[in-house]
Design a protein around this ligand. Structure first.
Ligand SMILES: Nc1ncnc2c1ncn2[C@@H]1O[C@H](COP(=O)(O)OP(=O)(O)OP(=O)(O)O)[C@@H](O)[C@H]1O
Length: 733
């Protein structure tokens, strides 16, 4: 502020005059330190450079954000479904939805939440009253100080100390009550959602039945989104109530001491700046909802990793899963940096218009009546003017803060619109599921199947259905032999950390020497196991439930430590595990076959979609999969495929990788005997040596040896005589 203007307001105060002239001297010294022209140039360059840098960053951030939205579509979402309406604006829909949720959070006037709201209101009211009285005391103290009235000054300080006790209590209680209100809202809303979501089989329908009722990231919505919504609602009440109350009280006070002119000027200013702000405001509601969705995706991919940890570990799928998780996090990173940047831009605007410009207008409002000597200021002495000045400054600052907070409230409300839409969608979808409960699914006729399915590779021009399959499989075997070295380069397994007391040795065959299988809980499942499997001699493993069949593979796959003995086995990438529970990765139909490879790996190996089609047709001759989906289709494959289709996909994956050894852990139980025979014959043609866990005697026909566990630690290794043993039960001798 102009120091001369201040001095003129307080003409008798010499100390103040001295201080202000020192300040003015300091100011002018700083101004003259740089030659003016150079200083201006430097400032101009800095401003242009800063502006250009900000612009480039803004464009870059915006571009990144767009790319991520295009590339990172990794959600378990059916793209063929029509888009759900997603309203995240602050409009009538928002207020309607908000009113519905508020009704759930505050069910009655006698509810805890309503009482909590009343208490919070009383605290807010008390805080404003205390602020007004602190402003009065501060003004009086300043007056007494300037007038050197030490006794009154002492009383003033004492009053200040007395007021500070309830002020501290009120401030801390306000924070506590706001948090508690949010927690109470969350309890109500969560319990309501739990009741609806877990009623009957709603949770199943919500996550497994497709269509517009399908809830994506239900867990994220129920846990995080509800919490965020309740926090923002509780905070909104506090931040809305305070400025409104301040506005009324401080305006009243100001009108008494300064008349209507100054407050009206202040209001006018904020109405204009509020309008300007609305013009430039980015769609923060939609961006907040998007942020929650991305956080939900990120949570989902981590959750999938935990749920399917064993299957992924068996497939050695960490590389692919890392890509998926990084992609999902990258999406969050890009989006968050874009939103932060927009917030920064809006913050610059807010700071300029709402804080600094408002202060300038405030000073104008305060100084002009004194300057022109209106409202009785002309006859006042310096102590009176100092008192007025300090009191009016505090009132004006409080008023401008109150109006500023109301203008800034727009940011909070748009943010809240995002959470409101996420929570409302959840409630609306659950309601729709409940209402649809007994309705039937609509039959879609062949000619109504969407275009993407009509493009399915089954009718692709390139695919030659009449090709001689056994010749094609021989050719595939030759090609995959050539590719083995390239595939090996994908994994860096030469140095392996082996935990436990036993030894792993690399070899061209599988051999167990005096190996005991011990469970993580220390239970001895099989003791001193010794056998050898050479290439092209298949082994069948049988035994009662829980006898340690899968555990044998956990050791072979190095998921469990080797307790004792020696295991000789080929490199990790030469053994493929096909677990009991077929694992389906997030991604396209193509990704399901080539897992844990990705599309780039497949291209690198020279494998085409037609090759994949041949492989899939081997296990799915009627085309139950390819007639429905094309290679680029993305689905929630766990729900989309039937049990048998999942197993067929797992087998096509086995043929794609064509390892030297394959471990089949009861993974053909859901396909017909005919398809099962076909699968085993194809493995023979491709030269895959099998290790099969099965309880079905007829599978002996495809195996050379049998390893039998008795469930009490004993085992038996026998040569299979298919003709004799076919009908024998699979029991210990
Ligand atoms: N992660 C684990 N922690 C503790 N115990 C485990 C774990 N995994 C398996 N077990 C135990 O090890 C034992 C053998 O399990 P395994 O899965 O090898 O049985 P299985 O012979 O394959 O049975 P099934 O025929 O039912 O598949 C079981 O008693 C099981 O409870």
């Amino acid at each position: 502020m102009d120091t001369n203007l201040v001095s003129s307001l307080i003409p008798d105060n010499r100390a103040f005059k001295r201080a202000s002239s020192k300040l003015a001297a300091l100011f002018s010294a700083t101004q003259h330190r740089l030659p003016t022209t150079i200083g201006k140039k430097v400032l101009l360059l800095a401003a242009i450079g800063g502006g250009a840098f900000s612009l480039v960053r803004f464009i870059k951030t915006k571009k990144n954000n767009k790319q991520s939205a295009l590339v990172l579509d990794i959600k378990d979402k059916d793209k063929d479904q029509p888009k759900k309406k997603n309203v995240t604006r602050v409009d009538a829909v928002f207020f309607r939805r908000l009113a519905k949720i508020v009704k759930i959070c505050i069910p009655s006037m006698r509810s805890k939440e309503f009482l909590s709201l009343l208490y919070l209101t009383a605290l807010l009211f008390a805080r404003t009253m205390l602020s007004v009285s602190i402003a009065e005391i501060a003004g009086k103290n300043a007056q007494n100080l300037v007038a050197r009235k030490w006794k009154e000054m002492g009383e003033g300080v004492l009053k200040f100390a007395l007021v500070s006790v309830p002020a501290s209590f009120v401030n801390s209680s306000l924070k506590y009550e706001t948090d508690m209100l949010a927690l109470r809202f969350r309890k109500r809303l969560s319990e309501y959602v739990h009741k609806e979501y877990l009623e009957g089989v709603n949770f199943y329908k919500a996550s497994h039945l497709g269509g517009s009722d399908k809830i994506d990231n239900a867990d994220q919505r129920v846990t995080s989104d509800i919490e965020q919504f309740c926090n923002s609602m509780s905070n909104l009440y506090t931040t809305l109530f305070k400025p409104v109350l301040d506005l009324v009280l401080f305006t009243r006070k100001l009108v008494v001491v300064m008349g209507w002119g100054s407050p009206l000027l202040m209001f006018g200013y904020f109405i204009v700046s509020g309008f300007l702000k609305k013009l430039i405001m980015p769609p923060f509601g939609r961006l907040t909802a998007k942020q929650s969705e991305l956080e939900g995706n990120y949570r989902t991919v981590h959750q999938r990793l935990i749920t399917n940890a064993e299957e992924i570990a068996f497939y050695d799928g960490s590389r692919k899963e890392r890509q998926i998780i990084n992609l999902s996090f990258g999406d969050i990173y890009n989006h968050t940096s874009y939103v932060s940047y927009l917030k920064c831009l809006v913050g610059i605007f807010d700071g300029f218009l709402v804080k600094y410009c408002a202060s300038i207008v405030g000073y104008g409002c305060m100084v002009l009546p004194i300057y022109f000597g209106i409202r009785g200021s002309s006859g006042k002495d310096s102590t009176e003017l100092t008192k007025d000045y300090i009191r009016n400054t505090q009132l004006m600052v409080a008023l401008s803060q109150a109006i500023g907070q109301l203008v800034l409230l727009g940011n909070k409300i748009t943010n809240m619109a995002g959470y409101t839409s996420r929570v409302s969608e959840l409630l609306e979808m659950i309601k729709s599921i409940k209402e649809r409960g007994t309705s039937q699914f609509t039959i879609v006729h062949e000619d109504e199947i969407p275009l993407s399915s009509a493009n399915s590779p089954m009718i692709s021009d390139k695919y030659d259905a009449a090709v001689d399959m056994s010749a094609w499989l021989q050719e595939w075997r030759r090609r995959s032999d050539e590719l083995r070295a390239v595939k090996r380069s994908l994994y860096n397994n030469t140095v392996r950390q082996v935990s436990g007391g036993g030894t792993f040795v690399e070899g061209d065959y599988i051999k167990f020497e005096d190996v005991s299988i011990v469970s993580p809980e220390g239970k001895l499942l099989v003791s001193d196991l010794s056998f050898q499997v050479n290439p092209n001699s298949n082994v069948m493993i049988t035994g009662p439930n829980g006898s340690g069949k899968s555990s044998l593979f956990r050791i072979l796959g190095e998921l469990w430590p080797l307790h004792c003995g020696t295991v000789i086995k080929p490199r990790k990438e030469d053994i493929l595990f096909v677990p009991q529970k077929p694992y389906l990765v997030l991604g396209t139909l193509r990704d399901q076959i080539i897992y844990p490879h990705n599309a780039e790996d497949m291209k690198k190996f020279g494998v085409t979609d037609d090759d994949l089609q041949h492989l899939l047709t081997t296990v799915d001759p009627n085309g139950t999969i390819l007639r429905q989906w094309s290679w680029d289709n993305r689905k929630d494959w766990n729900s989309a495929f039937s049990g048998g289709q999942k197993q067929r996909i797992a087998m096509a994956r086995l043929f794609y990788h064509r390892p030297q050894f394959a471990i089949l852990d009861e993974c053909t139980s859901a396909v017909s005997d005919e398809v099962e025979d076909k699968i085993y014959n194809t493995c023979k043609v491709l030269g895959i040596t099998l290790f099969t866990v099965s309880h079905r005697p007829q599978l002996r026909a495809h195996h050379d040896y049998q390893l039998l566990f008795d469930g009490r630690g004993k085992w038996e290794w026998t040569k299979i005589n298919a003709a004799e043993d076919m009908k024998k039960p699979l029991s210990f001798k």
